[in-house]
Structures are given as C-alpha cells and as structure tokens.
Design a protein around this ligand. Structure first.
Ligand code: TXA
Ligand code: MG
Length: 323
C-alpha cells in the first residue's frame, strides 16, 4: 500500500517534499482526486503518464495557487481574465497561449504534449496551500489508470493506482465529483472543450456569450477526449425505459423504470432529482454497482441541462465501445 495521510498542515508539508523530490502525490481537489507532479520536471511528469498508462499526446492541466502564478506561464485575454476572477478557485480550466520559453517559463513540454497552449486551473481548498508553498505549478490529471473511472475518494485512488503513487492525501469525498469544465477563448468566441463541474449556463450568464460546443468527433482541440473512458467492468446501457433481468440499475429521481424490481442492485444518483447531488455521486456509484458483478448497468434518463450535460457526457463515454 502507498502511504495515505490526512490533508492537514503536515500533509501539505509531506506533499511539498515528495513533489520537490520528483515524486507523485494524489491530491484531493473539489472536482476529483488528481495525480500531481512538478510541472517543470520532465521525469516527474513522465512518471504521471507511466503510472496512468496515459498516451503521451494527451496534455495535462497545470494547477496554480493564484493568478500571478498563472501569469508567469500564460497570456490572458480580457474574457479569460474576467472568468478567472469570477470562477477561481473552482471547477473551471482555461486553455491559454503559453508565453514563449524565451520569456523564462519552464513548463516541461511533456506536460503540454508539445502544444503552444497550457490548460490552467486554480483548485479549491487546501491543495492550493501545497501549490503556494511549492511555488510552482503542478500537473495533475485525474488519479485513475487511463480509461477508468475518475476517483472521488482516497480509497478509490489506492484501489486503482496502489503502489504507483508515492503519497495519497485524504480529504474525504470530493464535493463536485466531476472534472473541471474546460473553456478556450478564441477572438470573440468561447469554446467548451469539455463539459464539467461548472455548468455551461453559468459561464454563458456571466459572459453574456454562447459557449460554442465542439463537434464531438472533432475532439482534436481537447486531445484527451478519447471516446471510451470512465469505463466500469460492466457494460453500460443508457436512457433505459426497462430494466432487464440480471442488470444493475443506476437510477435518477423519483419515478422508477419498468422492471426495476428485477435489478440485482439499485443506486439512486439523487432521489430528489438534484443534478449537483447526482454529479457528486456519479463515479462512486458506478464503481459500487460494478462490485455486484452484473454484466450490464442500466441507467435511467438524466436531463442534459446544467450539470446534466457533463453527467451525460461521462455516461456516454462509459458506454462507448471499448477496444
Ligand atoms: O478537474 C479536473 O480538471 C481534474 C483535477 C485533478 O484537476 N483534472 C483532470 O485532468 O481532469 P485530465 O488530465 O483527466 O483531463 C485534462 C483534459 C484532457 O482532456 C486534456 O486533453 C485537456 O484537459 N487539455 C489539457 N491541456 C490542454 C490544452 N493545452 N489544450 C486543450 N486541451 C487540453
Ligand atoms: Mg481523466
């Protein structure tokens, strides 16, 4: 077992020590647990890819403690800066042009997969103290093996990555439960590169502009949007209107689909139909239903507005054909 400790003051110090040694630390953010390394240390970043089995063309998000730190690495336009003032710290990632390396930034090219942009985010909570004390950005993808379900608890990290991580910081369950929303400003246009824990409607209300959705098949803009992802062992069957014998059921809201009494197990994302609660439970319940050994998890319909957009995106990837 890898070392697991609480994220208190001595936890912060232990994390900073491991990062300074080029090691890997699992960190609790408000979205999901991340697998963190020094973004300026090529070997450390390489060990993130190795631990996850992640393709090298898939760039990482750099986590910063404050806007000044971000500005040491990227160029902000006015809209992105306004978004950062309003929504940071929080579940919003901004993709911004990297400053030229000649201006002194030292983000390792492996962290950006060689792109001239950098995805930047300021997480909530005590992980910010780690970054502030470390005084440089940390790269952190979700702390799961590539293609698997993102972890929303320290135990889920330990189960999936085990010995591959030097230190796991435990701060209980993640509040949001879905990865950050990724946005890129290009000229006058705003693009949604990944729906996530900040509802697109909130960003649109703040900027007064539509958030343009990318064609799902043209996912080159966010190279990590591999189709099959978040996959439990069971197959997933979405938007069901009937449960088949032997299936597990991922329910939502108050009314049950036909045949629900046939399910080998049922978990309800939110009895009251609250999408925030559903988001926080999603990955945990997918993992839990998987432990019943059903060949298929049937999923009740979930509305696509607000956080439902990110929830249905993750479910679609979990249901996508696997190699
Ligand atoms: O909530 C989160 O964002 C979590 C926590 C740990 O912060 N992190 C996370 O990282 O979800 P990851 O690696 O699982 O997803 C990062 C996504 C990938 O789809 C990647 O392709 C995209 O961000 N990305 C990273 N850098 C990019 C860039 N320069 N341009 C476009 N997309 C980028
Ligand atoms: Mg991930």
């Amino acid at each position: 077992m890898s070392r697991m400790i609480k994220l208190d003051q001595s936890g912060v110090q232990a994390a900073v020590d491991v990062l300074a040694d080029g090691g890997l630390v699992a960190i609790p953010t408000e979205t999901v647990y991340g697998l963190a390394a020094d973004a300026t240390n090529g070997e450390a970043v390489a060990s993130i890819f190795a631990a996850k089995g992640r393709p090298h063309f898939n760039p990482l998000i750099a986590h910063v403690s404050d806007l000044d730190m971000a500005k040491r690495y990227v160029q902000f336009d006015a809209v992105s800066e306004a978004l950062s003032h309003h929504f940071w710290p929080g579940p919003l990632t901004l993709v911004l042009p990297l400053l030229p390396a000649s201006e002194g930034h030292n983000i390792h090219p492996l962290a950006t997969a060689g792109l001239e942009t950098l995805a930047v985010r300021m997480p909530q909570g005590a992980v910010r103290d780690i970054i502030r004390q470390f005084d440089r950005p940390i790269s952190a993808p979700s702390a799961n093996r590539s293609g698997r379900i993102s972890p929303t608890s320290a135990e889920a990290v330990a189960e999936d990555l085990g010995e591959r991580v030097d230190l796991i910081l435990d701060a209980g369950a993640c509040e949001v439960g879905l990865e950050s929303t990724i946005v890129k400003v290009e000229g006058d246009a705003l693009y949604l590169l990944r729906p996530g824990g900040l509802a697109a409607e909130e960003i649109e209300a703040f900027t007064g502009k539509p958030l343009l959705r990318l064609d799902q098949r043209a996912a080159i803009q966010a190279p990590g949007m591999l189709k099959s992802h978040y996959a439990p062992n069971a197959q997933m069957r979405l938007n069901v209107d009937e449960v088949h014998a032997g299936e597990a059921l991922l329910a939502f809201g108050q009314t049950r689909v036909q045949g629900h009494e046939n399910a080998v197990a049922t978990l309800n994302l939110s009895e009251s139909g609250n999408l925030r609660e559903a988001a926080a439970n999603l990955f945990d319940y997918m993992k839990k239903l998987d432990t019943y050994g059903a060949a298929t998890i049937a999923v009740e319909p979930i509305p696509v507005s607000g956080l439902g957009e990110a929830i249905t995106d993750r479910l679609a990837r979990a249901a996508a054909p696997r190699d």
